[in-house]
Design a protein around this ligand. Structure first.
Ligand code: HEM
Length: 437
């Protein structure tokens, strides 16, 4: 395990959650490109906070760098804090924690199964769930877009893609909520409950195959055994859900408070795609992740790293690190690392963007007068070393009601005594076609 280093910054408390960029800046000044951090009580890691250094790690995976956490796990103390991290960094036979051919085999299965879902089908599903969820709170004029929207839409979606009935998504939601916080109690219980949902899912598809992600995965030519299939499924929803929720809600919070975006649904200055790219660069959902380990002792950008020590890549800090490069051509593209880089870059970046864009588009299109219920600076961020994640996103809007079939999709709720025609000019702005991005 990584031993204590003076000056290690704590990444799991309220202070870090309130202003992570201040912590990255302090670390940069004190340590340079790689800095010591504490990710849970008594558990230390090296955090890569520089863009080039982050590319060095992610694009060299498989040579000096390995994704297999077992040597690190072997050196961990037997504490609740260490066990709580296993949901995020405990070894499983999946593509995230494998190298070389094993990695390629697992990754191919996930990529191929995603490729089976036509983008228009994915979009239709997102719209279906978005409209249903928005319909549940549209008449109230206020909502928390984390718990009432983003968190539910992604889990409904995964549950359906996996081939399960909608009623089963509640079990998924309950188990996943504790995973990313990495508090000891939540981490352990959530890992067990999540595993149970996935195990039930697989057994149901052995018995009744369908036209769904789970069945394609089970029948893939890579011929995964039961354990391997289980872990690719767990990874798919584990790696997919939280970053999606965070990207959707952080992007909406920016859209509603930054005039460059707020104006653009009608004047087209900046699109939903733009706000998502900005979030992935400046406040990426997976802020500090990409667990890596060295296969031999190396001096890396001024720091000695030994086998059995944890290295995390701060995609958030690397993306925002001041560059010392001169203007002109550069060997990297300068692209953001919000989806990671190299062999382990997110294999679902395109579907993820489609899902996020559609979910945001429905909210902005269907809820007139949408605004944050508190100033953005007062929004609460969840504590935890790995993610940039809003605890709530309280919003207010003009109450609207779902229309009857055959009418325009949504209309502002008329005052009870003065009914308003659904197609009257007063309602026109509420019924604007979805924004393109
Ligand atoms: C906006 C949403 C998303 C973001 C920001 C995101 C970000 C990332 C990042 C940073 C990595 C690299 C992790 C590492 O370096 O170890 C990654 C890997 C991965 N992501 Fe995503 N992701 C998103 C959505 C999804 C979705 C929707 C899925 C699947 C349903 C998914 C599945 C995966 C998998 C399987 C990996 C591991 C790839 C490998 O190790 O080869 N992600 N993602």
């Amino acid at each position: 395990m990584t031993t204590y280093i003076p000056g290690a910054a704590r990444l799991y408390g309220a202070e870090f959650a309130a202003d992570p960029q201040a912590v990255y800046a302090m670390l940069r000044q004190q340590f340079g490109r790689v800095a010591p951090v504490e990710i849970a009580p008594g558990i230390y890691a090296h955090l890569v906070i520089d863009y080039r250094a982050a590319l060095d790690v992610t694009t060299n995976a498989g040579e000096i760098w390995s994704k297999d956490p077992r040597p690190w796990q072997a050196g961990l103390p037997d504490t609740a804090a260490a066990r709580g991290l296993m949901g995020m960094i405990g070894y499983r036979p999946n593509c995230l924690f494998s190298d070389g051919q094993a990695h390629q085999r697992y990754r191919r299965v996930i990529s191929d199964c995603f490729a089976m879902i036509p983008p228009h089908r994915m979009r239709e599903l997102v719209i279906e769930y978005a409209d249903r969820l928005i319909g549940a709170f549209a008449a109230t004029g206020r909502a928390d877009l984390v718990s009432q929207y983003a968190r539910l839409i992604t889990l409904h979606l995964f549950n359906r893609l996996f081939g399960r009935p909608d009623k089963d998504s509640a079990a998924l939601t309950a188990s996943l909520n504790g995973l990313m916080d990495a508090t000891p109690e939540q981490g352990e219980a959530a890992t067990a409950a999540f595993g149970q949902y996935m195990s039930d899912l697989l057994h149901s598809k052995y018995e009744r195959p369908g036209d769904d992600f789970t069945t394609w995965l089970l029948h893939h030519p890579a011929a995964l055994n039961h354990e391997e299939a289980l872990h690719q499924l767990i990874l798919t929803v584990g790696a997919g859900n939280e970053p999606l929720v965070n990207a959707i809600t952080t992007a909406i919070s920016r859209w509603l408070t930054d005039p460059r975006f707020a104006a653009s649904l009608t004047d087209g200055a900046l699109s939903i795609h733009d706000v998502l790219q900005e979030v992935l660069r400046e406040e990426p959902s997976m802020a500090n992740y990409g667990p890596y380990f060295v296969t031999r002792p190396v001096e890396f950008h001024g720091r000695w790293i030994r086998p059995g020590e944890l290295v995390l890549v701060s995609y958030a800090a690397a993306n925002t690190a001041p560059t010392v490069l001169p203007d002109g051509p550069r060997s990297d593209t300068g692209a953001h690392l919000g989806f990671g880089a190299g062999a382990h870059r997110c294999p679902a970046a395109d579907p993820a963007l489609l899902i996020a864009r559609t979910a945001i588009e429905r909210i902005l299109t269907l809820l007139p007068g949408l605004r944050l219920a508190v100033p953005r600076a007062e929004l609460r961020w969840r504590h935890g070393p790995f993610h940039r994640s809003l605890a709530e996103l309280p919003v207010t809007f003009t109450p609207v009601r779902p229309d009857q079939p055959g009418e325009t999709p949504w209309t502002s709720s008329p005052p009870p005594s003065t009914p308003t025609a659904a197609t009257s000019p007063a309602n026109a702005p509420d019924c604007a076609p979805p924004a393109t991005s």
